[in-house]
Design a protein around this ligand. Structure first.
Ligand SMILES: NC(=O)c1ccc[n+]([C@@H]2O[C@H](COP(=O)([O-])OP(=O)(O)OC[C@H]3O[C@@H](n4cnc5c(N)ncnc54)[C@H](O)[C@@H]3O)[C@@H](O)[C@H]2O)c1
Length: 266
C-alpha cells in the first residue's frame, strides 16, 4: 500500500501558477513549494514579486521563476507558452488562478447591472476564460509528458449561485455579471476538458467562497450570518485544498469542483 507521505510529495514536479502575486496565488505557491515543487509564477508585467521569490527559495529550496504576462493579451499568452516550452521539459501542474475579480477597479465592472459595459464584459471573459483555454491548449503537450499531470481552475461560488443582493445593501460593493458568467463557464470547461484529455491529465476546479479582505463591516456580518462555519474564508484555508488536488492525493479525481465556502451555498 502507498503512504500519504508519498502521495502528497511533489519533489521533482513543477507547477505554473497564474496570478501568483495575488492573495490566493501566494498561498498556493507556498503550499506547493513546501511539498517540493519547482514553480513558474505568472503575473502582470511590473509586478513586484522578488520578495515572494526570495522567501520561497529560502524557505523551501526549490527553483522559482517569474514569467511576466498580461493574460488579457493574446500575443503575450503565446509568448508565455513558447517560453515555458523552451525552458521546461515537463510541467506537472497548471493552476489557472489569475482573474478579473469582484474588486478589480474597472469602469463598467463592479457597478449596478444597468451600468455594466460590454467592453468590460469582454475583457473579463478574455482573462477569466479565453486565456485559460489558450494556456490549457498550449501547455497540454507538456503536461501529457509529465508524471501526475493535472490542471486546477480557480472558479468561484458565483460560478454556481446567483448573488444574494441583500448582502450588498448600503455598501459600494457589487457583483459583476461577467464575473459570474465567466466562472460558470470555467466550471463547464473544467468538465469538458477533463473527459477530453483523460487519462493523461486530470482537470479539477476549486470554487472559493468570499475571502475576508476588508469588505465593509455590514457586508461581512451579513455574509458570516449565512455561513455555517461562522466566518469568511482566509487565504490559508486553501493550502490543504491545493495540496490535495495538485498531488497524487487526488489521483482518481477528474472533472470535479471542490466548493470551499464554509457551507455558504448549502
Ligand atoms: N478573493 C475572493 O473572495 C475570491 C472568491 C472566489 C474566487 N476567487 C478567485 O480566486 C482567484 C484569485 O483571487 P484573489 O482573491 O487571490 O485575487 P487577487 O486580486 O489577490 O489576485 C489576482 C492576481 O491575478 C493577477 N492578474 C489579474 N489580471 C491579470 C492579467 N491580465 N494577467 C496576469 N495576471 C493578472 C493580479 O495581478 C493578481 O496578482 C481568482 O480566480 C478569483 O476569481 C476569489
Amino acid at each position: 500500500m502507498t503512504t500519504i507521505e508519498k502521495l502528497i510529495n511533489l519533489n521533482g514536479r513543477s507547477a505554473l501558477i497564474t496570478g501568483a502575486a495575488g492573495g490566493l496565488g501566494r498561498v498556493m505557491a507556498a503550499s506547493l513549494a513546501e511539498l517540493g515543487a519547482d514553480l513558474i509564477l505568472v503575473d502582470l508585467p511590473n509586478t513586484e514579486i522578488s520578495g515572494l521569490i526570495n522567501s520561497l527559495t529560502e524557505r523551501f529550496k526549490v527553483n522559482v521563476d517569474f514569467m511576466p504576462c498580461d493574460l488579457e493579451q493574446e500575443v503575450q499568452r503565446a509568448n508565455l507558452i513558447s517560453q515555458v516550452k523552451e525552458r521546461n521539459k515537463s510541467l506537472n501542474i497548471l493552476i489557472n488562478n489569475a482573474a478579473f475579480v469582484g474588486t478589480s477597479d474597472l469602469p463598467g465592472w463592479s457597478v449596478p447591472f444597468e451600468q455594466q459595459t460590454v467592453d468590460t464584459w469582454r475583457r473579463a471573459f478574455e482573462v477569466n476564460l479565453t486565456a485559460i483555454f489558450d494556456l490549457c491548449q498550449g501547455l497540454i503537450p507538456l503536461l501529457r509528458l509529465s508524471e501526475g499531470a493535472n490542471i486546477i481552475n480557480i472558479a468561484s461560488i458565483y460560478g454556481l449561485y446567483g448573488p444574494d443582493w441583500s448582502l450588498y445593501e448600503g455598501t459600494s460593493m457589487s457583483n459583476p455579471a461577467a464575473y459570474s458568467a465567466s466562472k460558470g463557464g470555467l466550471l463547464q470547461f473544467t468538465r469538458w476538458l477533463a473527459t477530453t484529455i483523460a487519462p493523461d491529465v486530470r482537470v479539477n476546479a476549486v470554487s472559493p467562497g468570499g475571502i475576508s479582505r476588508g469588505q465593509p463591516e455590514a457586508f461581512q456580518q451579513r455574509y458570516i450570518a449565512k455561513t455555517p462555519l461562522g466566518r469568511m474564508a482566509i487565504e490559508d484555508d486553501f493550502c490543504g485544498v491545493v495540496a490535495f488536488l495538485a498531488s497524487d492525493m487526488s489521483r482518481y479525481m477528474t472533472g470535479q469542483n471542490l466548493i470551499v465556502d464554509g457551507g455558504w451555498g448549502i
